[in-house]
Design a protein around this ligand. Structure first.
Ligand SMILES: *[C@@H]1O[C@H](CO)[C@@H](O)[C@H](O)[C@H]1NC(C)=O
Ligand SMILES: *[C@@H]1O[C@H](CO)[C@@H](O)[C@H](O)[C@H]1NC(C)=O
Length: 329
């Protein structure tokens, strides 16, 4: 009996040793560097956000699976140094309401996937709210938190909204870059109720002056878009006042940082601005229709949607006793 056990043991021993040696070799490989991760980011590939797989070639970016494929004698080719990506600045006006945090969460989940994006969140409030401050602190995104209240006299239906907040974002950008004009960047207005395809960011990043693209679910139509002939914008397919100089939604254009800096007076106007003319009044100050750069395959693809969250029904709130704990929604 004993000798059978012994012979089994000696048959197994070499195999056990082989397994131990293989495990040991594996753990001696240099571990991937531990980078500080933003709060949510078990899913994000890096601080700057995941790269879309088709934007760059190069080595794979996922975590490696140990010793399966690695060939030590052939070092990984070093990625060529690339010029820094232009920063995308997203200016988002926001205001307190029951769905605010849900909307901001959706937006942050998109922006976190975009490399080199800086989020400028501007609250319509006399002070920064705790909800938004806490939210941004945990959002894992480079961001700036501003606030400016809309004067009471402008809070009427039919008047343009978020004018002061967009201008505060523009002012911050101009101040930040007044001494360092070299950085390349692109700015767009990302209202917190829109939905963005990640492809849109690839498109807008190459904006030289002002770029335009279609917007879905807007103007009472399935989409609106700039009409393009021979690579130039020649008119507008829209649901409303095609005679506007720029018949385009706030979500339908991006502006290069250089254009914003070299037109320091270009802002959104209250005075003399008719409803629905915000975009035209602003774009008139910085560009012409002939200069516009059509994106999204000559404006034939919808990559942003003007989704609107349904007004929430809170009718039962007053009917019941409040919860004993206070929960932020
Ligand atoms: C490792 O790379 C070298 C050099 O390219 C090659 O000759 C060798 O066959 C590779 N070994 C394996 C196990 O892939
Ligand atoms: C846009 O149209 C121009 C002129 O017709 C053409 O040269 C260009 O390749 C088109 N661009 C795309 C992305 O389809």
């Amino acid at each position: 009996m004993k000798s059978v056990l012994f012979s089994r043991f000696f048959i197994l021993l070499p195999w056990i040793l082989i397994v131990i040696i293989m495990l040991d070799v594996d753990t001696r490989r240099p571990a991937p560097p531990l980078t500080p991760r933003p709060y949510f980011s078990p899913y994000a590939v890096g601080r700057g956000g995941a790269r879309l797989p088709f934007r760059r070639g190069g080595p794979d970016i996922g975590p490696r699976r140990g010793w399966e494929k690695r060939n030590e004698s052939r070092p990984q080719p070093r990625p060529r140094p690339e010029p820094p990506l232009p920063t995308i600045y997203a200016i988002t006006p926001t205001y307190s309401r029951p769905v605010q945090k849900a909307e901001l969460t959706r937006l942050a989940n998109t922006f976190r996937q975009v490399a080199q994006l800086h989020w400028i969140l501007v609250e319509d409030a006399a002070a920064r709210s705790e909800l938004v401050s806490r939210f941004l602190a945990r959002a894992g995104l480079p961001s700036t938190h501003l606030h400016v209240p809309t004067p009471r006299r402008y809070k009427r239906p039919g008047l343009p909204r978020a004018t002061e907040q967009r201008n505060a974002g523009l002012a911050w950008l101009r101040q930040r870059h007044q001494h360092q004009r070299a950085e390349s960047g692109v700015l767009f207005f990302a209202d917190d109720d829109n939905t963005y395809s990640l492809e849109l960011f690839q498109e807008m990043r190459t904006t030289r002056k002002v770029s335009v693209w279609p917007v879905g679910l807007v103007g009472g139509r399935r989409y609106e878009r700039p009409l393009v002939e021979n690579g130039k914008v020649v008119g507008w397919y829209t649901g409303w006042r095609a005679d506007r100089p720029f018949a385009i939604d706030m979500a339908g254009f991006a502006v290069s940082l250089q254009v914003i800096l070299s037109n320091p007076k270009a802002v959104f106007k209250r005075r003399g601005s008719q409803p629905g003319m915000q975009e035209s009044d602003f774009l008139k100050q910085i560009t012409t229709v002939e200069e516009l750069e059509p994106k999204a395959s000559n404006c034939t693809k919808v990559l942003v949607w003007h989704t609107r969250t349904e007004k929430v029904n809170l009718a039962n709130e007053p009917k019941y006793r409040l919860d004993t704990v206070r929960i932020e929604v």
